[in-house]
Design a protein around this ligand. Structure first.
Ligand code: CTP
Length: 400
């Protein structure tokens, strides 16, 4: 959720400021760009040097910093997608709620157009105080998001509600907030991707040239739109840094079948983009086979058709298949859509340049159950993934 998000972390002067070093690390680890604005009293609790090293950006402390033009608060606020004030003291809260603007941090706040999150931190009685509650309500009424303080031991030695939410919980709160309103928020998606390897003996296999790139591009796009994605991935070097993408690595069609069936119930959307081997060796030799005769025959037996089984046992899942064809593209793909009881099928022409296995680009035709055809011309697999996901979102909504 935070990948490529531009975040202003505004730190006001409370002891919880020391936790902001960890908070910056977490945000940066999630792929966010972070710029820190530090109030004068916050600098008593955490050093600008630490925050600058961790955020990889200059820390802003004053209107009149040598590296910062006095009016840069406006540009900084324009740059940001969101602002997080953590910890938020009772004093800064009162100023935000009343319109007082007597430091750079508040000037940035009043210039913000994006979302604002605040994580209050104060002692027990302060946090309970009616004026503080009223000020927090005021911020909520302005459309800001209050990350509730947590209970526990306080710096004063007292115990109760008032500690700043733990950095992990702050990040989680923001991520959940950003997910809302996304087309796939709360949706579970299962994707098969990559080739399968069917063992002949301990060192050889039957395989194909699929890379898994199309399936992984779909996974990244869906996760960016709020989905919780599981990819059952055949042998492939691809990985993902997105923590909403779980990768289950398998080798053979049988393993892929088992991994998919185990996870099928409860999925909202299933996309089978894997190039599953149709056949496997009838017998797998336990030791390396030796070269003997001039010719060699290998008996093969059919693999389970994963997608056909999913179609047969479909409950409410929206089912998308792929079809790689060398001739009669639309006719053959349309037939597979019906035979496998799919909602959509994505047809690839195997013999067109830049299309299908291994390429970074693709061009596809998508067929729905009413035989409507949607054509997506040659473009990067990431762009094709976005068009496909938009179409799936539309169709899923229509289907309910
Ligand atoms: N598929 C599958 N399990 C298989 C074979 C295919 O899940 N054992 C899925 C693929 O992931 C794809 C769709 O079925 O989404 C169509 O695959 P494709 O290989 O094009 O078609 P097949 O049904 O195998 O038919 P053929 O090879 O004869 O064209």
């Amino acid at each position: 959720m935070l990948q490529n998000k531009k975040i202003i972390l505004a730190i006001t002067g409370g002891i919880a400021a020391y936790k902001c070093a960890h908070l910056v690390r977490l945000l940066v680890k999630q792929g966010a760009s972070v710029k820190v604005v530090l109030s004068a009293s916050a600098a008593q609790f955490v050093t600008p040097q630490t925050l600058s090293v961790l955020s990889k950006n200059e820390v802003i402390q004053d209107f009149f910093d040598a590296n910062f033009n006095w009016n840069n608060h406006v540009h900084l606020a324009e740059w940001a997608d969101l602002m997080l004030v953590a910890p938020l003291t009772a004093n800064s809260l009162a100023k935000m709620a009343s319109g007082t603007c007597d430091n750079i941090l508040l000037a940035v706040y009043f210039s913000m157009r994006g979302k604002v999150f605040v994580a209050p931190a104060m002692d027990l009685e302060m946090y309970r105080h009616a004026t503080v509650k009223e000020n927090l309500n005021k911020l909520e009424a302005l459309g800001h998001y209050v990350i509730p303080a947590e209970s526990g031991e306080l710096a004063s030695g007292l115990s109760g509600e008032g500690r700043m939410a733990e950095p992990e919980n702050i990040v989680h709160f923001i991520e959940n907030n950003l997910k809302q309103g996304m087309p796939f928020a709360g949706k579970k998606v299962l994707i098969t991707a990559g080739p399968t390897h069917e063992a002949i003996d301990p060192v050889r296999f039957i395989g194909n040239r699929s890379s898994g790139k199309m399936g992984m591009a779909l996974a990244e796009t869906l996760a960016a739109q709020g989905a919780e994605v599981c990819v059952v991935l055949g042998p492939s070097v691809l990985q993902s840094a997105n923590k909403n993408i779980q990768i289950v690595r398998v080798e053979s069609a049988d393993e892929m079948y088992a991994a998919v069936m185990q996870r099928y119930a409860g999925q909202h959307l299933v996309i089978c983009s894997a190039a599953v081997a149709d056949y496997k060796p009838a017998q797998v030799a336990t030791s390396k086979m030796k070269k003997k005769a001039e010719t060699f025959e290998l008996a093969l037996t059919k693999n389970p058709d994963i997608l056909a089984k999913l179609g047969e046992t479909k409950e409410n899942q929206f089912l998308v298949g792929f079809a790689l064809e060398t001739e009669n593209l639309l006719e053959n793909a349309g037939q597979k859509l019906k035979n496998k009881n799919l909602d959509l099928i994505v047809a690839n022409a195997a013999n067109e340049p830049g299309v299908g296995f291994g390429h970074d680009t693709n061009a596809v035709s998508v067929i729905d159950q009413h035989n409507n055809v949607f054509k997506f011309e040659l473009k990067s697999k990431a762009d094709i993934a976005l068009e496909l996901v938009n179409l799936v979102a539309l169709k899923m909504k229509v289907k309910g």
